[in-house]
Design a protein around this ligand. Structure first.
Ligand code: AMP
Ligand code: ZN
Length: 200
C-alpha cells in the first residue's frame, strides 16, 4: 500500500518507531526514514524523504526497507526493487507543480551516509546548501552514478561496476564546470551566478 504526504509534504503518514540506537552522524538517514516530518512517500518496500541539505531546488532520497548497505551489495535479484525505487520517485516528482523540473536519479559512487539511498534531484543545482566544490562535483561528474546504468550493470555482469577510490578523488578535484554548457568557472560563487541563466 502506498502512503503519500503529497508534494507539499502535507497529510498524515503513519508513525513508525525510530531505530533504538542511532548514534553516528552517518546513520542519520535511518532516523530520517522513520520521521513523518521528512517522509514524502512510502510503501512496504521503500521510503522517500526530503534531503536535509538539498543541493538543488528539489532533492529527495529514496531508500529500500531491506537492509542493503551500499551499491556493492546489490545483486541481480535487486533489479525489481531498483526499478520500484525509480518508478516511485518518478511518480512522485511527476505530481510536482508547474513548471515541472527535470530530475536525475542516481547514487554517489562513495556515499557518506549508511543504507543504500538513491538521490532524486532536480537538474538546476541551485541551492544555498551547495557550498563546496565537492558538492558540485559529486552531482555533476561520473561520481554520480545514474540509476539506469546501475540496473544495466547488474543485468550484464551481475554486479555494480564500482569506481576506484583514486578515480573518485580525482573526480572531486576536477575543475569547476557548468553542467549545462560546460563552460569552466573560476570559483563556486561565479558558477552559481552563471547557472542562473540556465535556470532563471
Ligand atoms: P551521499 O551519502 O553522499 O550519497 O549523500 C547523503 C545525502 O544525505 C546528502 O545529500 C545529505 O544532504 C543528506 N543527509 C544527510 N543527513 C541527512 C538526514 N539526517 N536526513 C536527510 N538527509 C540527510
Ligand atoms: Zn552554462
Amino acid at each position: 500500500m502506498k502512503r503519500s504526504r503529497g508534494p507539499a509534504g502535507s497529510g498524515a503518514t503513519p508513525k513508525r518507531p525510530a531505530p533504538a540506537a542511532v548514534g553516528h552522524w552517518s546513520h542519520g538517514l535511518l532516523q530520517s526514514m522513520r520521521d513523518p516530518e521528512v517522509i514524502v512517500q512510502s510503501d512496504e518496500k521503500v521510503v522517500m524523504i526530503r534531503d536535509k541539505y538539498p543541493k538543488a531546488r528539489h532533492h529527495y532520497l529514496i531508500m529500500p526497507e531491506e537492509e542493503i548497505p551500499s551499491l556493492k551489495h546489490l545483486r541481480p535479484s535487486h533489479i525489481p526493487l531498483l526499478q520500484h525505487m525509480l518508478s516511485t520517485a518518478r511518480d512522485y516528482v511527476s505530481q510536482l507543480d508547474e513548471p515541472k523540473p527535470e530530475f536525475r536519479y542516481g547514487f554517489h559512487a562513495i556515499p557518506s551516509m549508511q543504507r543504500l539511498h538513491m538521490h532524486v534531484i532536480s537538474t538546476d543545482m541551485d541551492s544555498v546548501c551547495l557550498k563546496h566544490k565537492k558538492h558540485w562535483n559529486s552531482f555533476t561528474t561520473e561520481f554520480f552514478m545514474d540509476a539506469e546504468s546501475i540496473v544495466t550493470s547488474l543485468e550484464e555482469t551481475g554486479r555494480v561496476k564500482l569506481l576506484d577510490k583514486a578515480v573518485c578523488d580525482e573526480l572531486m578535484k576536477r575543475p569547476l564546470q557548468c553542467h549545462v554548457c560546460h563552460q569552466g568557472q573560476v570559483n563556486l560563487p561565479k558558477l552559481k551566478s552563471h547557472i542562473k541563466q540556465h535556470f532563471p
